[in-house]
Design a binder for this molecule. Sequence first.
Ligand code: ADP
Ligand code: 5GP
Length: 188
Amino acid sequence: MSKVFVITGPSGVGKGTLIRELCKRIPDLELSISATTRQPREGEADGVDYHFLSAGEFDRRVEEKDFLEFATYSGNRYGTLRSEVERRLDAGHSVLLEIEVQGAQQVRQAKPDSIQIFIAPPDPAVLRERLAGRGTDSAEAIDRRLETAEIELASQGDFDYRVVNDDLADAVEELAGIVRTELGLVGD
Ligand code: ADP
Ligand code: 5GP
């Protein structure tokens, strides 16, 4: 049966890195491409990493009720388009949403069967190191993301699963194990 998986966690914890590995291991799992009003980072492409929308276009799509969920994060808007999720489910695929905590809460209400996974750091201090190491955000943007991280970390208890991303290979294994179990693929 096709399922919706929600992966949340503070910025810099390694969600993107883990998800890339997860999708290689479980090809039936498809990542929903979110919409955002944030500017593309170097190397990001429209329709691949995000659907990059103007604020006006984002508002229009909110009015049209095109979003399954949406939220404001660090001064920009992000949302999951219903079409991204439904067309994958209709094609028999399971769908992965990589979203922040307010969005995860909305998906929990809209889709109570969704499986909610929180990715936690071994220590909050590694978030700054990882964000600085990634080199995509200004010092101010990093500070802002770390302020939000405190609120996000406080909500980990609302999730079905919690995976600590300390050693990357171990975290990928644990995450893949959860997804395989939920999809009934254990033993594959
Ligand atoms: P997120 O998508 O949660 O913001 P990323 O996947 O972009 O995080 O990871 C942030 C940075 O941390 C990247 O430079 C990535 O290579 C690095 N990283 C991810 N997982 C680990 C890990 N287990 N140990 C050390 N560095 C990691
Ligand atoms: P980034 O700017 O680093 O790509 O993403 C910032 C935050 O927005 C991350 O926590 C990411 O999970 C979240 N995010 C990405 N897409 C969506 C979405 O569609 N909805 C919500 N609510 N959050 C999202």
